[in-house]
Design a protein around this ligand. Sequence first.
Ligand SMILES: [Zn+2]
Length: 135
Amino acid sequence: MAVTAKTRREVIARDESFCGWCGLYVDTASGQYSLQHRRARGMGGSKRMSTDLHANLVLLHGTGTTGCHGYIEAHRDEARERGFNLTQQLDPAAIPIGLKVHGVPAWALFDNLAGRRFITETAAFELLEQYGLAA
Ligand SMILES: [Zn+2]
C-alpha cells in the first residue's frame, strides 16, 4: 500500500495547502513538502488499509528529517499532544489533531473521505484524555 495520487490531491485540498503544524502556506508545486503519517507505517502499519487514507495523513513542510515534518519526528511528545504521533492501536479518524489554520490554532477531526470537522478545544482535550494522549 502507498498513498495514491488521488488521496494525495484530496489531502492537500482538505488542508488548503497550509502546513498542519505551523499553519503557513506550502508550495506543493515545489515538491518541498510531505504528507505525514500520524500513525506510523512501521511496526506492521504498512499492511493496514487505513494507514494510507486521509485521516492518517496531514500536509507538512519538509521531509521526515527537515522542516515541520522533521521537527515532529524529533519532538515526539509534543507531536503526540497535538495528535500528530499516534500509536498503532489508535484510529486516526477518532483522534483530534491540533492544527494551525491560516496561523490560528484549531482542533479538528479528519475522516477518510477528505473531510475535516472543527471541534472545540474542550472537546479535543476530552478526546485526548480519553485516549491517554493528554499532556
Ligand atoms: Zn510548517
